[in-house]
Structures are given as C-alpha cells and as structure tokens.
Design a protein around this ligand. Sequence first.
Ligand code: PNW
Length: 471
Amino acid sequence: MAQTQSAEWQPPAGLLPKTFLHGYATASYQVEGAHDKDGRGPSVWDDMCRVPGQIADGSSGDDACNSYYMTDVDVPLLKSLGVNAYRFSISWSRLIPQGGKDDPINPAGIAYYNKLIDALLAHGITPFVTLFHWDLPSGLEKRYRGWTSRNVLDDFQNYVRLCFKEFGDRVKNWITLNEPICVVMFSSLGLKPDWDHEKDFYPIAHHLILAHAQTVDIYRREFKPEQKGIIGITLNCDWCEPIDDSPAAKQAAQRRMDQSLGWVSVFTHLGHYPKSIEDKAPKFTEDEWKLIKGSSEFFGLNSYSTLYTNGESDPDDHLGGNTRAVRKKDGVHIGNEGHLEWLCDVPWGFGKLLAYINEKYMLPNDIPLIVTEQGFAVKNEHLKPLPELLKDTERIDYYRGYLKALTEAISKGMRCDGYMAWSFIDNFEWKEGYIPAFGAVHVDRKNGEWTRTPKDSTKWLKSFWDRVVEA
Ligand code: PNW
C-alpha cells in the first residue's frame, strides 16, 4: 500500500523558500454564521437551505462555525498551528446586502473584514482572499436570475471595486472566483424551479468567465499599480484515470479533464477552447478574448481525489458527466475512501495531475501553482467520540501522500508558491450539511460555544512545514 511506504518518508528539509505561503482555507457561508446580523443580506445559499430536502441533515449556515464572532479566538489559533497564510472569502451580501451596483453598502460588513484582515496581519499571517465563493446575494437572483443574466457583470464589477478599495491596501493576494464549474452545477440544484439545464448552463459559464476577466482588468488598471498584489482564479480538478486501456475510456477521461479545466482555465490561460468542447462553448468577441487570455497570475488549484473514468456515457454531455468508479473491473480499489462518494485518497493521481497541469497550463504561461484547497473528510468521523476523532490518522496519511507528490513535483522543477489545506475548521459542507468533516480543527456545534479543538493532523502539518520551508 502506498500509505505504508510513504509512512517512512522524510520530507526534504529546506526545499521551499520562506516566502512560500502555507496555511488553511475556509469560505464565508461555510464558517461565518451571523446570517442575519449587522445588516447582512441573504445569499442564494440561505435560500437553498430553506428548501426542504435540499441539505442532507436539514441544517444551514445560519450559525455555521460562528466565525463572525470568533476572530479573536481563530486568528491566535491559526498562529499556534504554524501557518503564514489564511484563505477566506468575502460574503458579497454582507458588504452590499442586496448586491446591486446602486444598492447601499453595509459599513458593519466592511468593519468585520477589516478586523479579520488586521488581526491576521498583526499575527504575521498573510490574508488570501476569495471574492466569490458561491454565495451570490439573493437580491440578484430575484432581480434577474443571477449568473444567467449579463446584468450580473456590472454588479460584480461594483462589488469587486469596493473590495479592492476597502481592503487592497493590506490584501495582496486575490482569487476572483472559486471553482466556477461548481457554480454552474450548483446553480442547477433545486433553487430555481424555472431552471433549464441545457439552456442556462452556457450563459452562466460565459458570465462567470467574463466576470473573472473583467475583475482582473479592473485590478490591473485601477489598483495594482499602487497596491502591487497578485490576482488569479481557482479551479477544481481531480485527476481522471481511464478505467482500462480501451480508447473509449481514454477519451472519456480526457473529455472530463477538458470539461473541468477546459471550461475556464483554457479560457483563462490559453485563450482558446479544448477541441472536445469547442463547438458547444459560448462565443466571445475579439475584445473579450483579449481580456480573458492571460488573466490569471497563478494557477489556483483545488484538488482532492482521483476516480476511474469509463467510456459509457454520452460524449455530448455538457457536464462531462461520464460515469466514474472507485474500482477497476478486477475489483481493486483506487484508494482509501473518505466520507463522500467522490473522495478517495489517491496520491499518485494528484502526482499525475500536477505533471499534466504544469505542462499544459503553467509552463506555457509562465505562472506558478498555488494549491488553494486540498483535504480529506474521514469516513464517519462525525459519529466518533471526540478523543477518538482527534486521532485522525487517515487525514495524516492523506496529507503525507499528497504533500510527498507535491514536493516531488517541486523538486523536479515545478513552480509552486503556496498551499492551503481544506479546511481550517469543520464547517458547513454545502448540500451535505455538517456531516462530512474536512477540518483540521474540530468544532463543537452542540455546546453552544463552538469550541475549537485541533486534531492530530494539525501537528503533522505543522512539523511538515517547519521542516520543508526554510527557517
Ligand atoms: C470544494 N465534487 O468544493 C469547495 O471549494 C469547498 O467549498 C468545499 O467545502 C470543498 O471543496 C470540499 O468539498 C467541491 O463533487 C465540492 O467533486 C464538490 C466537489 C468538488 C469540490
């Protein structure tokens, strides 16, 4: 087993420079709570959680991890875990409760993020800020069906300008959108009775890409000369391994890679579509292409798993939804299974993905990789008593294998400037509610105090970075 072999592995001491950013990630709706406090407006996820049957455990992000009120606990805790960076996202409807460009701004929302940013900096932690991690203001969904409408572009421009203006003096690392492909997919879930999958998919993808490109353009022209930060997009991709040697399985795996990276990164980094989706993709004007190409200053990657891909699905499926499996036909399992059906511990798959991304997207564009999310929800961790779940050896095995793959790729010359583990704390895992636990820190949601208790993996990660990053 890969796990046993890598258990004896010693990470290379001093491989990475002091400037390498390492830490944990979260997202506003998943951790903040305080959903109706201090003037915050509702987001589409508040609405989603109110539709019966949408969230596995019937929960919501109403209180989430109470992070809105716990900056004074969380930031010193992060410091004690040895990080030098923290990735979080800004809630659009906390800053502009109704979302639109002519709608009022909420000063309490600005004050909250100022407090968080200042506390991080005071503890020597670099803020890494996502502008959009899925929580679109409900107001905009009601007004014009959100991302399906081109109107969203003006409202997004107004929102990001506000963020750069208010926070850009101290925030030097920006992510425009988190996993745009998931925004497209989640937009299709339950929320909208009038959703037409085939019809709405392409406009949503189109507007997300334009929103990203326009945001980068605004930053570069209006803010970057003075603020001197970097800006990019985060994409999710899990490696797709063909289930056998058949041409159909190989094509299906390639098609799925193109669907997950191609929709956005090919736009962003290369300026053209992958062949397999060329005919169906929305068309941009010449001027739009100019904005889109080269509009990411790093390759932000969220990657968790690897599954086998077979060729039994419809090649025209616009979601790349060919069937995936955790076992080959001979019954051999791909890797230790986590709590979600798509989540397996497959370090060799991550290694293959790194080589693929490096060659295809990073090298031609001379941009570094930043791993913006990676992590593991241990199966049934939520059912274990606290002392037992804190001994999260499966999560440690996972990080050991994946970080071994990463350091090997770096030793072979791949440029990587940062790594954020998902997640800092157990949090609201969208449609799955609070059942899967991705946190390196446990959160007690029952005692009324949201008490944080670090799991053993935090110690492993700390000693890993202590060794690998130059003192
Ligand atoms: C990411 N999939 O989403 C998100 O950025 C996080 O907010 C989330 O909590 C984390 O991964 C863990 O799931 C994904 O079905 C959600 O393959 C689903 C998938 C991938 C990523």
